[in-house]
Ligand binder design. Structure first.
Ligand code: NAP
Length: 418
């Protein structure tokens, strides 16, 4: 790939580029990692995460490895400096440097972008929104047995009703659609309706399920569940499930066993070393997560289902402040917390940086810097167990002391070691 030519940014003079190679990555010892501070509380949590990640990398590898952080601006900061919310350089930098960290971005109201986050995912084709959801001891949970939650949700992120194909009630487009549907198919839609489309394609469904299956096999997970609403939406949600089974049968035949095969051919016992592929209707999936929590492991699903289930699952283990996420394409990846920019807390050094810090741990895992990733996760866990936590946890943990964002990050760094 030729060197990147930015319109507004200056290319870093130190560090090296991560390069894609045969489905994997070539990670240099001193990779350049672009980061977006984001809006509202973004700069505070991103600073905390970068400090913790740097500490873990230093403790794990000494001087032999280190990250060169490369600031790229998006959101309010970019609007003020360049007059646009998402300058083209943001896309160029992530494309060129492959892996990036991001704080939350406020969704602009009116005109321009529907959502900056959706724009980033769609333009960079970051089609898998990945959320690991696990319980950290001491974090308040509505479940009696929160330790049973250990899930990774793979949510398709580029199509479904999120594709943005919708028209307002009374618009000329809705009028045309109504006329077309009546003329061609005899389908009547009320005049006062808004109309949206739900495209779900074979190619996009299969690549998402392929990613979830590959992840499950690489990480030694027990099962992958295809979550869908195919009993009602047969040719979109139902097709997603069917394509999921097809990709498993054609590409993962030796490593996967379906749930029905487990019962019909293996006496109810999963053959050693195999990942079980099952499917659940979306409504059932929600109640099963509560009633049979530990039977679920990796969940692969369409965009809207994924949006709902990943927030509901995050709520089971303490919510927004502690849950990280990643947007992953064929090789590019953008890591972020699942929470938004919480503008009312901006600049107060108050909010929980855990979700952003754990997004940093996911980034390290993606680089296969596993030792440093494990240190970050363990550091967060022990810091929370020490009960010196930010307001969101302090108000729900008995005997806890409230600390600020940077103080909490400091405690995580102390746990990682001198
Ligand atoms: P939000 O920013 O996630 O905040 C909602 C509430 O969640 C906060 O008031 C706070 O609750 C709690 N919270 C969020 N982050 C926290 C943290 N790090 N530590 C502790 N508590 C935290 O949701 P929103 O107010 O609906 O959205 C604000 C903006 O962010 C919107 O423009 C939205 O579109 C955008 N957003 C961006 C992303 C993204 O960039 N990926 C994701 C979601 C939303 P309490 O007030 O109860 O303490």
């Amino acid at each position: 790939m030729s060197p990147v030519t930015f319109d507004l940014l200056r290319d870093p003079t130190e560090g090296e580029r991560i390069k894609p190679s045969d489905g994997g990555l070539l990670v240099p010892d001193r990779p350049i990692i672009p980061y977006i501070d984001g809006d509202g509380i973004g700069p505070e949590v991103v600073l905390a995460a970068r400090k913790v990640v740097d500490t873990a990398v230093d403790r794990a590898y000494g001087r032999s490895r280190g990250i060169f952080w490369f600031k790229i601006k998006a959101g309010k900061e970019a609007q003020e400096e360049y007059g646009e919310l998402l300058p083209n350089d943001v896309f160029k930098a992530i494309e060129h440097y492959v892996v990036a960290l991001k704080g939350p971005l406020t969704t602009p109201i009116g005109g321009g972008y529907r959502s900056l986050n959706v724009a980033l995912r769609q333009k960079l084709d970051l089609y898998a929104n990945v959320r690991p959801i696990f319980w950290i001891p001491e974090v308040p949970s509505p479940l009696k047995e929160p330790w049973k939650v250990d899930l990774v949700v793979f949510r398709e992120a580029t199509e479904d009703v999120y594709a943005g194909i919708e028209w307002d009630r009374g618009s000329p487009e809705v009028r045309k659609m109504r006329e077309f549907l009546m003329k061609e198919f005899g389908i009547s839609i009320r005049e006062d309706s808004g109309v949206g489309l739900k495209p779900i394609s074979e190619f996009i469904s299969k690549r998402l399920v392929r990613k979830a299956l590959t992840y499950a096999l690489e990480k030694g997970r027990r099962s992958v569940t295809l979550m869908h609403k195919g009993n009602i939406m047969k040719f979109t949600e139902g097709a997603f499930m069917q394509w999921g089974y097809e990709v498993a049968a054609s590409e993962f035949k030796d490593d996967i066993v379906t749930e029905s095969e487990v019962f019909e051919q293996h006496g109810g016992k999963v053959p050693k070393g195999k990942v079980v592929l099952k499917d659940r209707l979306a409504d059932n999936m929600f109640q099963q997560l509560l009633t049979r929590t530990d039977e679920y492991d990796v969940i692969a699903t369409t965009n809207l289902n994924g949006d709902y289930i990943s927030d509901a699952a995050a709520g089971l283990v303490g919510g927004l402040g502690v849950t990280p996420g990643a947007n992953i394409g064929d090789y590019m990846a953008l890591f972020e917390p699942i929470h938004g920019s919480a503008p009312k807390y901006a600049g107060m050094d108050k909010v929980n940086p855990t979700a952003e810090i754990l997004a940093g741990a996911m980034l390290l895992e993606y680089l296969e810097w596993q030792e440093a990733a494990a240190m970050v996760k363990e550091g967060v866990k022990t810091a929370i167990q020490a009960k010196e936590v930010t307001y969101d946890l302090a108000r729900r943990i008995e005997g806890a002391t409230q600390v600020g964002t940077q103080d909490f990050a400091q405690r995580v760094m102390e746990q990682i070691g001198p």
